[in-house]
Design a protein around this ligand. Structure first.
Ligand SMILES: *[C@@H]1O[C@H](CO)[C@@H](O)[C@H](O)[C@H]1NC(C)=O
Length: 351
């Protein structure tokens, strides 16, 4: 009798454990768990599993979480991958829900097999009118659309996105350089970030082809301690961009500090600052404003312009890199770029 109770207990424990994490299914499995769980639902995938999806996974309430059981940080993180033969580009969306968390999981847009998707959303689409969203220890790679991770603005004069945390993620590769046969740009950002009073910290971004971290105004946000390395095969446009003018061009109290930027094949620019750096003639009707601080960032490898500034007013503090080593020149373009030493290029203007 005691023995059968013992076995019954084991069976019950097994059932509990297997119910506790999702080991198979698709987007519907996760979406049903989110919607039936409601506010605060924690939906976990089992370590090591891969789920193919043909539709977007959507948060449905505040404080929900999607993660891998046990919170591993390496290759045993569960993988969610877009299947071939569909027009899905966003794996997880959650704009407008405060306190949601995406933790310790791998998200593969599967561009090499599912294909580039012109006009498609980012792998992760969150932000919106919300506060306290968190993305940590997540791998996001091969987006079919324009970015590996997009934290969008809410309203830009009220109903802000605020206090998002994006940290310790490994991001990339994101996109390819150049256009396809239809003339569509195939590049993609690493992190596209528009949330205010937020933190983008200690992320490792390798192989972004548009901007590594693109700061869309995002007043009050700090971008610190990130490592951004360009692709070894594709050209990357920029490592950190402050070139997009949401919030009427206000970058008030934005801090870009202690990031390590490394050009493998090539970063055309390291940190681009202002309304007129990215495209000429100046695409914005107004110049951008600070005060903003750019300090302690380092540059190694092939980076054409470590820091480029044009189209800015009202406060910008740029400190020289503490350990700047820009000595290589551009093999891929065949000729040495004059004045490439960082001392002379730290305030390069591009027009
Ligand atoms: C910001 O968000 C984090 C994560 O959700 C939370 O722990 C923290 O309390 C929030 N801070 C404020 C000031 O709301």
């Amino acid at each position: 009798m005691q023995l059968s109770i013992f076995f019954l207990a084991i069976v019950l424990i097994r059932q509990y454990v297997s119910a506790a994490c999702i080991s198979s299914g698709n987007q519907n499995t996760i979406n049903e768990a989110l919607s039936s769980g409601g506010t605060g639902a924690i939906v976990q995938l089992c370590a090591g599993v891969t789920l193919q999806i043909a539709g977007t996974i959507s948060f449905t309430a505040a404080n929900q979480e999607i993660s891998t059981a046990g919170y591993p940080t390496g290759s045993t993180r569960a993988t969610i991958q877009i299947a071939t033969g569909n027009d899905v580009s966003t794996l997880i969306s959650g704009a407008g829900y405060s306190g949601i968390r995406i933790l310790n999981i791998q998200l593969d847009g599967n561009r090499p097999n599912a294909g580039f998707f012109n006009g498609g959303g980012a792998n992760i689409e969150i932000g919106g009118t919300s506060s306290g969203q968190v993305v940590k220890y997540v791998n996001s790679r091969n987006p079919r659309g324009w970015s590996c991770l997009h934290v969008a603005e809410g309203g830009i004069t009220s109903n802000y996105c605020t206090n998002a945390t994006v940290s310790n993620n490994d991001i990339g590769p994101c996109g390819e350089s150049g256009t396809n046969s239809a003339g569509q740009g195939q590049w993609a950002d690493g992190i596209s970030f528009a949330c205010t009073d937020s933190l983008v910290e200690a992320n490792d971004i390798t192989g972004s082809t548009d901007g590594g971290i693109v700061v869309f105004g995002a007043p009050g946000t700090t971008v610190t301690g990130n490592t951004i390395t360009s692709s070894s095969t594709y050209v990357g446009f920029g490592a950190i961009n402050l070139v997009d003018g949401l919030y009427d061009g206000k970058f008030t109290n934005v801090q870009i500090t202690n990031n390590q930027i490394s050009g493998s094949h090539l970063f055309a620019a390291g940190i681009s600052i202002g309304a007129c750096v990215w495209s000429g003639p100046c695409k914005s009707p107004y110049v951008y404003t600070g005060p903003a601080t750019v300090s302690g960032n380092t540059f190694t490898g092939h980076v054409t312009f470590p820091i480029a500034i044009n189209g800015w007013t009202d406060g910008l503090t740029v400190f020289y890199p503490a350990a700047c080593r820009i000595y290589q020149y551009l093999h891929s373009l065949g000729s040495r770029q004059r004045g490439l030493r960082c001392r002379h290029t730290a305030f390069k203007l591009c027009v």
